[in-house]
Design a protein around this ligand. Structure first.
Ligand SMILES: Nc1nc2c(c(=O)[nH]1)N[C@H]1C(S)=C(S)[C@@H](COP(=O)(O)OP(=O)(O)OC[C@H]3O[C@@H](n4cnc5c(=O)[nH]c(N)nc54)[C@H](O)[C@@H]3O)O[C@H]1N2
Ligand SMILES: Nc1nc2c(c(=O)[nH]1)N[C@H]1C(S)=C(S)[C@@H](COP(=O)(O)OP(=O)(O)OC[C@H]3O[C@@H](n4cnc5c(=O)[nH]c(N)nc54)[C@H](O)[C@@H]3O)O[C@H]1N2
Ligand SMILES: [Mo]
Length: 770
């Protein structure tokens, strides 16, 4: 472990540092050889889909694509370390709770199903059969199925997710809180009314043909490293890349591909972004609106001068609705209001508008810097407005690219993990499996926590993930989990959610994506859908971490059998589905037209792409058109009301963006460095603008507590952070999640989407005493 220091990083992203860090990870996990062999199977035709991010791979290319953080995800799963019954016997839950998240997951893979024993405050081994029976008893004892909630984290395969939702709906509820509630929900909510589908429209081929790329609020150098390969190719080809980000992220500036000998030897790397815009936290909405304003002004000018129009008139007329009202609203906006709300100058908005106008084929991407804000849905729809102006959706080299997080988060939603299912889907499910699915809308993540606090949720089952740490308002979430009668976690590794438990509690260890999944003597493959709607098969290659592990589908079948006693569609036993995953895929194909002939199509090299109608300019919106949406500048930003609530200290309130370091995967901490941001050996740092520090009377290097400011007056704090002077807009600070989740209020949500606003949390800094 490196000693804590702050030391600015001046090299390109990638490069030798990436290679060195993979080697370190393999050694740390005790698997220098097995790890290297495993890495060579990632995203290969007969190998497994990388359990890292959802960025697509080149048709499961036969060439090895190096990705530092994908390698860390693989190494973390293939680790030699084990959490055994002896480990649990030696450590009480209270003792384990005192350890940090890095240490907890560092203990390695879970090996046995375990049940909490209150008398000894320890987890003890339990037989699978007894664990399932306990779940069945608890679920059947509930007076109302809506008193149980079934969480999913986005690594779960389509097969496991489909079976899970079928079980839960047969049980009788739509309570499917999902990690995407905290992630791209504003995308899933914002896109359908405007383009008819809540997913991206582009493919990797479009990246090859784009001449302009607008990258909003995402950090691919860390979170989607393989995307840097596409950006590098685009930049070398002469495409113009615009980064819009709160921070100057190294991966958006320069990248050295570890597979390029010249870049590795010259140490220089390829410059990525030609333009870099740093709006204030949450300023993107006003920024994009300003860009649109200048596009409209330039178009009007051109028309006045008798030059060709700059808007795509034919596209607007044939394909869109609402342009006139939208344009009138934007024209009426004043530049000084747009500047104030975005933190970007008029000159810069105009410059980016001119870049957009020069582009013939434009792609817009976005990540958590856009979705985790109060005005996320409006911002995404404003990006769509901008793209529609010149017909930049539904043709080669152009389109929308929300960059998803977990490797199958998009697929889980596609196959039915959805707390607000459509009536059509429920009707079809009921028809295919011969039952009456529950019609009542279910609970999202934040709704689930509130319902637990109110005593309305008694049983919590988590299919992967780390609910106790990934969710907002940590102390209240813990209180909520602890009042449950039963908490169950299906997991690969120990995490804090297993320790913040209900009166009864189970940890059920499962196979990971990299492991061989044998059923009925045959190795099974599972399927996943990437961020570009490509579905493909994934086969594990390593021996399971323990002989006692079960696959996620097998665990679902066990829970379902013990709870419901019989399987749907005339099968006596849920395990029938698990004997051969083709049977689950047939069930998926019977439920979704999009998956017709699933088993055959998914065995084609590279799999297949699900239907993406807006990519062909088919708009499945109520009016059959792509819709412009009008959104006024918000009267008040969350920071403004927080300032009022802070009273005399109102002027000191800052907006905190909670972000990922380079050495973490969500709540899984791989290491304590954030190399590209110059942070080593520590995570409790807060990045702040030097002028803000001066104005507030702080110095870089001091330690501070971060204190929340919110209308409910509840004390929220995260203590003991090192102040780091950083190139960040004034009024904004940034720090890592999950340590800062205690500061995110449970009711600070994106309008219309319920996503916690983890990128704009109003806070005060306080000097630490003593
Ligand atoms: N290695 C690794 N890979 C991952 C993950 C991981 O934790 N580690 N997580 C996975 C998951 S689930 C997801 S969702 C994705 C997340 O991938 P990202 O979307 O890249 O997630 P974040 O690190 O949260 O940060 C987003 C970026 O938004 C910027 N930002 C913050 N506020 C604003 C703002 O108001 N405006 C703008 N324009 N920018 C802003 C930050 O500076 C940061 O660069 O990655 C996935 N891949
Ligand atoms: N403040 C703040 N909060 C955030 C965010 C933020 O940017 N800021 N980001 C949000 C986002 S985008 C997301 S997606 C969520 C993530 O929320 P989650 O998906 O709940 O969290 P993870 O940390 O990805 O879950 C890690 C755990 O998953 C388990 N696991 C790993 N692989 C497998 C597997 O193959 N099967 C099973 N069953 N279990 C497995 C391991 O036990 C591991 O401990 O967090 C959200 N929370
Ligand atoms: Mo995510």
């Amino acid at each position: 472990m490196s000693t804590p220091k702050i030391s600015p990083y001046d090299r390109p992203a990638g490069g030798w540092g990436a290679l060195k860090n993979v080697a370190i990870q393999l050694v740390t996990q005790g698997i220098p050889l097995k790890g290297a062999r495993t890495l060579l199977s990632a995203n290969q035709p007969s190998g497994f889909d990388c359990p890292g991010c959802a960025w697509p791979d080149r048709e499961h290319a036969s060439t090895f694509e190096f990705c530092e953080n994908g390698a860390k995800a693989v190494a973390a799963e293939a680790t030699k370390r084990r959490v055994t019954p002896e480990f649990f016997a030696a450590h009480s839950v209270t003792d384990l709770l005192a350890l940090d998240d890095y240490t907890l997951e560092g203990y390695g893979r879970l090996t046995h199903p375990m049940r909490y024993d209150a008398a000894t405050d320890r987890y003890r081994p339990v037989a699978w059969h007894d664990a399932f029976a306990l779940i069945g008893e608890h679920l059947r004892a509930l007076p109302d199925p809506d008193q149980a909630a079934f969480y999913t984290s986005g690594r779960t395969s389509n097969e496991a997710a489909f079976l899970y939702q079928l079980f839960v709906r047969q049980f009788g509820t739509n309570n499917f809180p999902d990690c995407s509630n905290m992630c791209h929900e504003p995308t899933s909510v914002g896109l359908p009314p405007v383009v008819g589908l809540g997913k991206g429209t582009v493919t990797l081929d479009d990246f090859e043909h784009a001449d302009t790329l607008l990258l909003f609020g995402q950090n691919p150098g860390t979170n989607h490293p393989r995307m840097l390969g596409e950006l590098r190719e685009a930049a070398r080809r002469g495409a113009t890349i615009v980064a819009v980000n709160l921070l100057h992220e190294r991966g958006l500036e320069r990248f050295a591909d570890p597979q390029s000998p010249t870049e590795m030897l010259s140490l220089g790397g390829t410059p990525i972004s030609a333009h870099y815009v740093t709006p204030a936290c949450g300023g993107d909405f006003a920024f994009v609106k300003g860009v649109v304003k200048h596009v409209l002004e330039r178009d009007a000018e051109a028309r006045n001068n008798g030059e060709p129009a700059l808007l795509d008139d034919a596209f607007l007329a044939e394909h869109t609705h609402g342009f006139d009202a939208f344009a009138a609203d934007v024209r009426a906006e004043r530049w000084d209001d747009l500047e104030r709300a975005s933190g970007v100058s008029q000159a810069q908005m105009c410059r980016i508008a001119d870049v957009y106008l020069r582009g013939e084929r434009v792609i817009a991407t976005w990540g958590m810097g856009i979705t985790q804000h109060k005005h996320a849905v409006a911002t995404i729809q404003m990006i769509v407005n901008l793209m529609l102006l010149r017909g930049n959706i539904g043709r080669a080299g152009a389109g929308l690219c929300p960059v998803r997080g977990h490797s199958n988060v998009q697929g889980d939603r596609t196959v039915g993990i959805n707390e607000k299912p459509s009536a059509a889907f429920l009707a079809r499910l009921g028809e295919v499996f011969g039952f009456a699915p529950p019609q009542r809308e279910g609970l999202s993540v934040v709704d689930t926590i509130s319902a637990m606090l109110a005593g309305r949720i008694k049983v919590f089952i988590g299919m992967g993930g780390n609910f106790a740490m990934a969710t907002p308002d940590t102390p209240r979430t813990w209180e909520a989990l602890r009042q449950c009668a039963l908490t169950v976690h299906i997991a690969t590794k120990l995490n804090r959610s297993h320790l913040v438990h209900g009166r009864d509690a189970l940890i059920l260890p499962c196979l990971g994506r990299t492991e061989i999944d044998m059923q009925g003597g045959v190795a099974q493959g599972v399927t996943v859908e990437d961020s570009m709607s490509m579905v493909h098969l994934s086969y594990g290659i390593n021996a399971p971490a323990s002989a006692h592990l079960r696959s996620e589908p097998a665990i679902v079948a066990g829970m379902a059998q013990a709870t419901l006693g019989r399987a749907p569609a005339g099968h006596a036993d849920w395990h029938w589905y698990v004997e051969d995953y083709d049977r689950i895929r047939d069930a998926i194909a019977a439920t979704f037209d999009d998956f017709a002939d699933f088993n055959r199509r998914v065995r084609r090299p590279g799999g297949f792409r699900l239907d993406v109608p807006p990519a062909e300019r088919r708009w499945l919106t109520p009016n059959g058109r792509a819709n412009f949406t009008t959104h006024p500048l918000p009267d008040e930003m969350p920071i403004d009301s927080a300032r009022r609530h802070a009273g005399a200290r109102g002027a000191e309130v800052l907006q905190l963006a909670t972000i990922r370091s380079h050495d973490q995967y969500n709540t899984t901490i791989y290491g304590l460095n954030d190399r590209y941001r110059g942070v080593f050996g520590q995570r409790r740092v807060v990045f702040a603008n030097l002028e803000d520090l001066d104005a507030l009377g702080f110095r870089a290097g001091e330690r501070v507590d971060i204190v929340g400011v919110w209308h409910d007056g509840i004390a929220r704090r995260a203590d003991d952070f090192l102040l780091v002077a950083y190139d960040i807009p004034r009024g904004c600070v940034a720090a890592y999640y999950p340590e800062t989740n205690a500061l995110v209020p449970l009711d600070a949500l994106a309008d219309g989407a319920g996503t916690p606003t983890s990128k704009s949390v109003p806070v005060l800094l306080e000097r630490r005493h003593g």
